[in-house]
Design a binder for this molecule. Structure first.
Ligand SMILES: NC(=O)c1ccc[n+]([C@@H]2O[C@H](COP(=O)([O-])OP(=O)(O)OC[C@H]3O[C@@H](n4cnc5c(N)ncnc54)[C@H](OP(=O)(O)O)[C@@H]3O)[C@@H](O)[C@H]2O)c1
Length: 342
């Protein structure tokens, strides 16, 4: 086997004893030979760093389904040796690949080259550089999916001009992009973040108000409190989500995206049966079809110029993956990390 001289990846391995080891290694497969039928080899120019990747990088069995594994659920780059699919993906085509099991059940994007089924690869809109695409990545797709879902659920007859929409975990990748997307649709957005240092960026992205989890939590033990939120994009989960559900206005809806603050949800049925509140789950990894993803990427190409100057993006090398993962899981990062593997 001839191995391309510049191949490298960040690989994590869980031993039989449960011990997790990780680091930069050679890729271990030949990126210069033609791929198997219906597969495409992509030269990875940028890889988005998602919360899921941080879990994978630390060996979390819920994400790291095989061992060893290269994490990275989002990639942008160029087709190296490709199967031509519907005339769109000739060698040299700029592409994005998100989800489809990469970085979970098969090797992912934290590598110089990625091998994926052709059906998983989407042409990258011309307006998006690889780095710009990965600054958005699954976080951007998720923010759009959540905002679309809420727009369909919060019945117009319940929408009152000037009422507030809440985004939690607002300094994170999904949170910041949800603030920008909601604000662009004319909603009054309240961004909820534990980080005082993120306030200026959140306002620049369109938040009308920036608050903290402590300020919005209501200490009374009632199952319903004064309704404040028409719609909520929640990336935190756990006790904060349970608390927010009590304060959603009649006919309002919450998009449950994440679990950065906990996976358990201790609530009552009262918001649902006495206020008609909807709790809507968002799953960007497996639910959108490839056609829906391609359409969402076209919309992200419109979002990017509006946020590019404000949205904090940290460029990382493969060797930075472990440190960034630990910081992300500790809730210390803001915006998005983008790994430049080359
Ligand atoms: N459902 C889906 O399809 C989907 C897609 C993408 C991501 N996700 C999930 O969405 C969540 C956010 O993803 P992300 O990529 O935006 O991650 P991220 O960039 O790390 O943002 C998460 C944010 O949550 C807040 N946070 C972190 N730890 C917390 C804690 N212990 N208690 C309360 N808040 C905490 C922090 O915001 P503040 O400091 O500003 O409060 C942090 O910036 C993750 O759980 C991820 O797995 C789900």
């Amino acid at each position: 086997m001839t191995t391309h001289p510049k191949t490298a990846c960040w690989r994590v391995c869980r031993g039989a004893d449960g011990l997790v080891t990780a680091g930069v290694e050679p890729l271990g497969w030949d990126a210069t030979s033609p791929p198997a039928a219906a597969e495409v080899i992509v030269r990875v120019e940028a890889a988005g760093f998602n919360y899921k990747d941080a879990l994978c990088a630390t060996g979390h069995p819920g994400v790291m389904r095989i061992s060893p594994l290269v994490p990275g659920i989002d990639a942008a780059g160029t087709v190296v040796v490709g199967t031509v699919v519907a005339g769109a993906l000739a060698a040299g085509s700029p592409v994005v690949v998100t989800g489809n099991g990469q970085g979970e059940t098969r090797d992912g994007a934290f590598a110089t080259f990625l091998r994926m089924p052709a059906a998983a690869v989407i042409p990258r809109p011309a307006a998006l550089s690889a780095e710009g695409a990965m600054a958005l990545g699954t976080a951007g797709l998720t923010a759009l999916l959540a905002c679309d879902r809420l727009a369909g659920l919060v019945a117009t007859r319940h929408e009152v001009a000037g009422e507030s929409w809440l985004v939690t975990g607002a300094s994170g990748g999904v949170g910041m992009l949800a603030v920008a997307v909601l604000a662009a649709t004319g909603r009054r957005v309240v961004a909820c973040s534990r980080k005082p240092g993120a306030a200026a960026t959140l306002r620049a992205l369109g938040a009308a108000e920036v608050t903290t989890p402590d300020a919005i939590r209501d200490p009374t033990p009632k199952s319903l409190v004064k309704g404040r939120w028409a719609g909520v994009v929640d990336t935190v989960g756990g006790p904060l989500l349970a608390d927010i559900l009590r304060a959603v206005r009649p006919g309002g809806a919450v998009a449950a995206i994440g679990m950065a603050g906990g996976a358990d949800l201790l609530t009552s049925v009262h918001p649902f049966i006495l206020r008609g509140v909807t709790l809507a789950g968002i799953d960007a990894a497996s639910l959108p079809t490839q056609a829906e993803r391609a359409a969402l990427w076209q919309r992200l190409a419109d979002v990017w110029p509006r946020v590019a100057a404000t949205f904090p993006v940290t460029r990382l090398a493969l060797g930075d993956v472990g440190t960034w993962a630990a910081r992300m899981l500790a809730g210390e990062t803001s915006g998005r990390g983008v790994v430049i593997p080359g």
